[in-house]
Write a protein that binds this ligand. Structure first.
Ligand code: PLP
Length: 231
């Protein structure tokens, strides 16, 4: 497993470099987030041994079960929350994550602001934009993005640094990446988290500063342990 993960990481890095070169970008401006959801701690350890330091998890409980111990061994580890955040998990999320990518509704913004005030911890926040305006999907509608960003930054004082999106599965992702870039640009936000295993090279061409890659690094996702799946 260890060798496969190291080889996968090297392959993804070289594809990011090639995509950046094509776009006239410096690949140092693109950060690879290794998405370790459903993977055991040993898989994360193998990635750490290969030099990977930035990880993404989509459940607070699962991340809590894996990462505090790994962090002690690797203090420079950086952890992103990339899944939906319930307001009753805000306290744990603020304590654990360095970046919360899924700020997707006013109530969550209020809860994050309160908890940051209380704890003094201020993880970076990205605002999730529902670029495809899919009713079942989380995120702020593109037409409401400017007002929501302003509210989070100016009224609530949240450390908003950028945007993230998950394009509709059946559409050309490039259009969504371009829209996300446009919204970020007019709001002077520098961070763009976009692109997954199937489309991260396209995302790099469209300006991604962070790509979230799971299966291309770790292989197929594993079934969740029952104890976590229930939560
Ligand atoms: C699981 C997940 C990813 C990684 O997906 P892969 O296709 O395995 O690369 C990226 N972003 C989010 C929000 C995810 O939930």
């Amino acid at each position: 497993m260890e060798e496969a993960i190291a080889a996968n990481l090297a392959a993804v890095h070289s594809r990011i470099e090639a995509a950046a070169r094509t776009a006239g970008r410096d690949s140092a401006d693109v950060s690879l987030i290794a998405v370790s959801k459903t993977q055991p701690a040993d898989a994360v350890r193998a990635a750490l041994a290969a030099g990977q330091r930035v990880f993404g998890e989509n459940r607070v409980q699962e991340a809590l079960a894996k990462f505090p111990e790994l962090r002690e061994a690797y203090p420079d580890l950086v952890l992103h929350l990339i899944g939906p955040l319930q307001t009753n998990k805000v306290k744990e999320a603020v304590a654990l994550f360095d970046v919360i990518e899924t700020l997707d509704r006013p109530r969550l913004a209020e809860a994050l602001a309160r908890e940051m005030q209380r704890s003094g911890r201020r993880p970076e926040c990205l605002i999730e934009i529902n670029t495809g305006e899919e009713p079942q999907k989380a995120g702020i509608a593109p037409t409401e993005a400017d007002a929501f960003i302003a509210d989070c930054r100016d009224r609530l004082g949240l450390p908003v640094t950028g945007l993230m999106c998950i394009p509709p599965a059946d559409e050309e992702p490039a259009l969504h990446f371009a829209l996300l870039r446009e919204i970020a640009k007019r709001n002077a936000l520098g961070v763009l988290s976009m692109g997954m295993s199937a489309d991260y090279e396209t995302a790099v061409r469209f300006g991604a500063t962070h790509v979230r890659v799971g299966t291309a690094v770790f292989g197929a996702r594993r079934p969740l342990p029952a104890a976590l799946a229930a939560k």
